[in-house]
Design a protein around this ligand. Sequence first.
Ligand code: ADP
Ligand code: MG
Length: 632
Amino acid sequence: MAETSTGERHEFQAEVNRILDIVVNSLYSKREVFLRELISNASDACDKLRYEAQLDGNLMGDDPDLKITITPDAKTKTLTVADNGIGMNHDELVANLGTIAGSGTAQFAEQLAEAEKDLAKKEKADMSLIGQFGVGFYAVFMAADEVTVISRRAGSDEAWAWTSDGRTGFEIAEAGADTPRGTTITLKLKKDAKEFSETLRVETVVKTYSEHVGMPVWIATDGQSNQVNEAAALWARPKSEISADQYTEFYRHTGHAFDEPWLTLHNKAEGTISYTSLLFIPSMAPFDLFDPARRHGVKLFVRRVFITDECEGLVPAWLRFLKGVVDSEDLPLNVSREVLQNNPVVAKISKALIKRVLNELKKKAKKDTEGYATFWETFGQVLKEGIYEDEGRRQELLKLARFKSTGGDGWVSLDDYIARMKEGQDSIYMLTGDKTEAMRQSPMLEAFKAKDIEVLLLDEPVDEFWTMSTDAYEEKPFVSVSRGDIDLSGIAGGDDKDETKDEEPAGDVAPLVAMIKLALESSVKDVRESKRLTDSACCLVVDEGDMNMRLQKMLRASGQLGAEGERILEINAKHPLIRSLAERAKGDGGSREIEDMAYLLFDQALILEGELPKDPALFARRMSDAMAKAVS
Ligand code: ADP
Ligand code: MG
């Protein structure tokens, strides 16, 4: 940063340059959105001041009527957006308008960086990304050659002017002492953006974007000004007076979203606690759905005054896809954000909100199966977190949950599953894994396929967690098909393939089991004869109460678990290979050979689980030996 006579010179952060590039070059057709961004920032700034003024009465000074004033000037070809909100001091100007951190714009920049690594995807990514994020302040450079931001922070004596052409960086200089509180942004319009200096054009745009804004927006021309919006909180108006378009526009404004809401819930509660909620479920998942640092989507107001969008207790993490506002009558206006953390009123509102959202989802699931399936695909993973986090709502959430299964390609509810259970079946069977396509081929399913018993296929990481803490649904226990002893003999089979199949009786495998156990030593917890295999020679399972195989694999991959696991090798006594080996074991012929075979069986079972053989080189050597013997 070099000091010049006019002020300090600053370079933009690299990410800012990237945003500017994209914004200026590809948003051409929709460039009026820069006005939405400016209005939204101005209204945020007024909200912030109103909140801070509750705590410090002096901040409002003699200018308590917060508003936004837009001045198009056809003579000078400029457009000015001014607010008397919180304002920015020197360091805030530098940080907020020169770098990117922790805003919608930051995520946008991150995604761009990702996309740039893969040039083939770049073009596609840019366009769809722009559709999902507000581009923020930098959108002004779509319409302006030069932008000046003059600002005075509430309570401060200093005022600063920030100037930039959106290409080479920006300059900061001290501004006059008579600068009013708040921020005034002046755009020197590009040649082909002169339309934004004409009152009629600006009025049309401003009307669409400011209707739902809680602050009054004024347009000033030739010494005259008039208010263009009602500045009434949309959620405070009766439902019957609000159109679907108004709801959508409000959703996009408060939620920084570009899609349509999938579900809109507008509700006024009166009674022991009074509040209004206007909540939305988006139709598209945001990029940061699984980012722990993500901003909350539901804003808390107290009697129309914005308090915070970071109220932890209002919406649980497993409903973090919700957007919208909650406006309470029962909280004090000067409540600090810290006090909200464990506030009983917030807790009561939260309880009521959750109940309402879940009820609405239940209705949707019933009335609109297809739409619900789309919702589930988008947000089901998040909702499933509630199954283990919220014990009290576990059964209710399980009822809402949908699963893949061996019964078909679509989504299955547990109620559907139970209705299809076979005679004599009293458990809900499930298998966890990485990919449903691979899971469908798993040897664990053989006995189930033979009896035509449906098995749920759980392929999301979150499944490892809720299945550990959840015993049953509707008193039907969940049973993992890769866990413990599976005995299906009490269940009536589809066509009872077991009995009709022309097969030889199983041989006595006890001596073989003992020899394999000896050979594998501590690599497995146990070796035993399988009841779940019909076609494959062997598979790995875990004992009742032991850690699930996929979790073991996840922990082993991250170094939290050693090579030794709690796995059990099961062998199929009906399989020709096992039968021959069993014969050989009885005759005590070639224990060295059986040791090699034991490892080959174990290694192939590992491969079926998506893992590498314990010692790949040794595996290759044993495999070649076995093949050599087979061809000689
Ligand atoms: P976002 O609004 O998503 O944070 P923006 O690029 O629109 O991203 O704005 C960046 C930051 O600049 C805002 O978070 C805010 O701190 C500051 N800012 C922008 N406009 C104003 C304004 N009119 N008054 C006060 N601060 C502002
Ligand atoms: Mg903004």
